[in-house]
Write a protein that binds this ligand. Structure first.
Ligand SMILES: [Zn+2]
Length: 282
């Protein structure tokens, strides 16, 4: 399946899904919002699921989590880019859309955690609002953002996260996009996407902001993965350190447009530096 097909499939299923969510929310009324003690206990159970995911990821992905585990909250965040789930760096919290509150937590807990990272890539859309596998995949993805966040904080590179944390209106699209290529690219690296496709000609093309906004997902997820994969293959922690110490830049072509033509050589330089670093250690 081509990426375009996946995206169009994604869009049409997303529409259907949102319609079903909308009707579901109407039926459910506001009961999910009024019960704070119930909500707190559901949130604690989700936090327990996240702790299980962390231990599975440590075993299967060869990474070591640092710092305090994330909290889970049910709340719609104003201006958030993602509809279902968001990881908020400053609060070390995974925010889930409150429509998941009405799902059966017992069934979600009981649903086996998938140990094969590839199966945790959530390119397929939920079959229904309470698709347990989908909810687990969301948590799996957001937990990997938590890994990257706490890694940076313990490496005292917290400043790097500023751009990712800023609200959409306070940062330029290009700065946001280059930072998000790393932010999402690293998570994608662990998810090993099955339907990955990124045309390297995209790096050399000239992009105005309208086209860039249109292709934001393509650049951030697929472009990010294409960019970071060979670098992290050299060593996960060394690769991440290289990426944050060497900011990824766009080339300004004119006042209206940019290109990412320096990224292939950025990647080559990274691979050279990391190979030297590895041979120095031997
Ligand atoms: Zn993400």
């Amino acid at each position: 399946m081509s990426l375009e097909e996946i995206i169009s499939k994604y869009k049409s299923s997303l529409c259907k899904f949102l319609i079903s969510v909308f009707s579901f929310t109407l039926l459910a009324g506001t009961n999910a919002f009024g019960q704070s003690s119930t909500q707190n206990s559901i949130e604690s159970r989700y936090e327990e699921i996240v702790r299980q995911i962390i231990s599975i990821q440590e075993k299967t992905l060869g990474i070591k989590f640092r710092g305090k585990e994330p909290a889970v909250k049910f709340e719609v965040l104003e201006g958030a880019r993602h509809h279902f789930a968001n990881y908020i760096i400053k609060e070390n919290t995974i925010y889930l859309n409150p429509f998941f509150l009405d799902c059966n937590i017992y069934e979600i807990e009981r649903n086996p955690l998938l140990e094969n990272p590839q199966k945790n890539s959530y390119i397929e859309l939920p079959r229904n609002v309470c698709d347990q596998e989908f909810i687990k995949k969301l948590l799996y993805h957001e937990t990997l953002h938590h890994y990257f966040n706490t890694f940076l904080k313990t490496e005292s590179s917290g400043n790097w996260l500023e751009v990712v944390s800023k609200k959409e209106k306070d940062v330029s699209l290009v700065d946001k996009l280059t930072a998000f290529m790393i932010w999402e690219g690293i998570v994608q690296y662990f998810l090993k996407p099955q339907y990955f496709q990124f045309d390297n000609n995209n790096w050399n093309a000239v992009w105005n902001s309208e086209k860039l906004e249109e292709k934001f997902r393509l650049f951030v997820y697929d472009g990010g993965y294409a960019l970071v994969k060979p670098i992290l293959d050299k060593g996960i922690e060394a690769g991440i350190r290289y990426l944050i110490e060497h900011p990824v830049m766009a080339t300004r072509v004119d006042s209206m447009s940019v290109s990412f033509d320096k990224l292939p050589s950025y990647q080559e330089n990274a691979l050279k530096a990391l190979s030297l670093g590895n041979s120095n250690k031997k």
